[in-house]
Design a protein. Structure first.
Length: 416
């Protein structure tokens, strides 16, 4: 089997590794990939979606796995192009990927399908947004488009709200687009992933992302500073409610509305005092949740994804370990506002009881790894208990160093 994975970050590194460990030993390719990924998957000579499709055709690719969301909605859409060219794709077509690309589309879908979610109003101007907030704080403001995880502001007061609205409507930091003014929900968050194949689904091990930059869950929102995954993260009762009130109606809604879906769907959920509610959908696996969840997946992920892309949900092909998995992100100084490239990384080779996935690294001319991006590495360890996984992941992370390294010390420990 010849598989092409699309993306370049730590999530794709984890996906590629899980696919590489599938029993059939598939031949792997990655676009655009990274030097670390190229140790497991060959690079592809393409410079855009169209040439990527041509490359897949002439290289007899059996399956395209969409890791990164941006390609799903670029141009005609990765999955749409694959379909037109007869290439099975694990990842949804452009019209369905609007669930992630447009927060307004997602909100309307949720409301139409009576799936619990925060109340929201779409606004076109700063004045409309201020009117919709109506002096009620805290409030949540969301730019209606892909903004690399930076388009959401939880605003405790008017000052923070006005500063975000100024960035969006005056400075146009994210380009043109509307803003959703949303009711602020409270409660712990959980990331739930389902593999969806038409009207069927399989729920993967739930995870929790540590979104804030600093210990104690303080500081700015980031792409994620770590994650913990375990079936025990959420009680069976709550997981059953999530399945009945959120996953099932989502799958049914996609069918009813003629939105084809074969791929991972990520449900960002808040466990509010009145029950689980959807904060967002993402049409892909989470990053860094993927790095925490993939080591818990047993079996044949490659054939599972291929069968899914061809319309068959083969739940018999994979299973999930019962234990815990903890992922600690090592980031550069200044992340998330800025990042620092070119600092030499030491100690990766000392890590033996954990996995190291590369999010933003580059090889130097003399073959050493250096930093290349805000999030640099994900160090992941497993254990039968939460404590064991936490101890091992942090001990492994302690072995790695680079100038300006920042990480959270409470990943897996802080429970919220
Ligand atoms: P999103 O990009 O939609 O996942 O939002 C990023 C983060 O903002 C979420 O993980 C939450 O921590 C927070 N957030 C989003 N929507 C809400 C909401 N309605 N109420 C409270 N917090 C929210
Ligand atoms: N960890 C959050 C995300 O992947 O969007």
């Amino acid at each position: 089997m010849r598989i092409l994975v699309v993306g370049k970050g730590g999530r794709e590194h984890a996906l590629v590794r899980a696919l590489a460990e599938s029993p059939g030993k598939p031949e792997l390719f990655c676009f655009p990939g990274s030097e670390a990924i190229f140790e497991l998957a060959k690079p592809v000579a393409a410079d855009g979606l169209e040439s990527l499709i041509e490359w897949m055709k002439s290289n007899a690719i059996d399956l395209c796995v969409a890791g990164e969301e941006s390609y799903l909605v670029k141009g005609e859409g990765l999955a749409n192009l694959c379909e037109r060219n007869g290439i099975p794709c694990w990842g949804p077509p452009k019209q369905s990927a609007q669930l992630e690309a447009s927060k307004e589309f997602a909100k309307e879908f949720l409301v139409r399908n009576a799936i619990p979610t925060a109340r929201a109003t779409a606004t076109d101007t700063l004045e409309e947004a201020v009117a919709a907030i109506a002096g009620e704080y805290p409030t949540v403001l969301k730019f209606d488009g892909l903004a690399a995880g930076k388009g959401v502001a939880v605003c405790p007061d008017e000052v923070s709200a006005m500063s975000f609205l100024d960035e969006v409507f005056t400075q146009r930091r994210f380009g043109a687009g509307r803003v959703l003014v949303e009711q602020c929900l409270t409660g712990p968050e959980v990331s739930v992933f389902a593999a969806i194949v038409d009207d069927q689904y399989l729920i993967f091990t739930p995870a929790r992302d540590y979104k804030r930059a600093n210990d104690g869950d303080l500081g700015p929102n980031t792409g994620g500073m770590g994650a913990v995954a375990s079936r025990k993260l959420v009680s069976p009762e709550v997981l059953a409610r999530i399945e009945q009130e959120i996953v099932q109606p989502t799958v049914a809604g996609l069918r009813r509305e003629g939105l084809p879906y074969r791929g991972f769907l990520y449900f960002g959920i808040m466990l509010t005092p009145t029950g689980p509610q959807v904060i967002e959908y993402n049409c892909r696996f989470g990053d860094p949740e993927c790095q925490a969840v993939m080591p818990l997946v047993q079996g044949d992920l490659a054939t599972f994804c291929l069968a899914g892309a061809n319309g068959e949900l083969r739940s018999d092909l994979i299973s999930f370990s019962e234990g815990w998995s903890v992922c600690v992100i090592l980031a550069t100084a200044g992340y998330p506002e800025t990042s620092r490239n070119g600092d030499r990384i030491s100690g990766i080779e000392k890590v033996s009881d954990a996995r190291v996935y590369h999010s933003g690294t580059r090889l130097t001319a003399d073959g050493a790894w250096e930093t290349h991006g805000g999030r640099v590495l994900a160090v992941v360890a497993g254990g039968d208990t939460r404590e064991a996984a936490v101890t091992q992941a942090h001990a492994a992370a302690d072995l790695i160093g680079f100038d300006g390294l920042q990480r959270r010390r409470d990943i897996g420990i802080l429970n919220f």
